[in-house]
Design a protein around this ligand. Sequence first.
Ligand SMILES: O=c1ccn([C@H]2C[C@H](O)[C@@H](COP(=O)(O)OP(=O)(O)OP(=O)(O)O)O2)c(=O)[nH]1
Ligand SMILES: [Mg+2]
Length: 146
Amino acid sequence: MRRFEVVRAYRGKGIEIPQRKTAASAGYDLAAAEDVEVPPGGVALVPTGLKAYMPPGEFLALYIRSSLAVSRGLMLANGVAVIDADYADNPENEGHILIAVYNRTDRPVRIARGERVAQGIFHPYQVTDDDRPGGPRRGGFGSTGA
Ligand SMILES: O=c1ccn([C@H]2C[C@H](O)[C@@H](COP(=O)(O)OP(=O)(O)OP(=O)(O)O)O2)c(=O)[nH]1
Ligand SMILES: [Mg+2]
């Protein structure tokens, strides 16, 4: 099972399920669920209203859309965002995907609700021979400790 779903808090608010824009596009564009202003030289968390389900052994990577990087001066604060398979339905925030956007310009940048910000690509990952994972994920953004 690999799919996006709208998180409870955003149901009935017109959030669209991402779809690839061309037959060979690798990424599913994710749009802002709210208007957000990113301060100059600062970071804002852009809500998507979405969670992502994927099979074990995969993660969803988020990359900035090139058009926002080139024409609006935005980057992802974390370079690439890693959305883990066990983030969906976590007890803290249901797996709501947030896009951490960094504004490298000296002016505020406004992101409008519905504007596509990042592209998500599903990737496989490998584990070590002596892999001993911890317990279930409780949340995101530091939930496993500092
Ligand atoms: O830009 C991001 C980065 C992460 N996440 C969510 C999904 C991911 O599964 C979780 C944890 O992310 P990561 O492992 O990169 O951050 P961490 O600081 O290690 O947090 P944790 O201790 O919760 O793993 O937070 C987002 O929604 N947006
Ligand atoms: Mg982590």
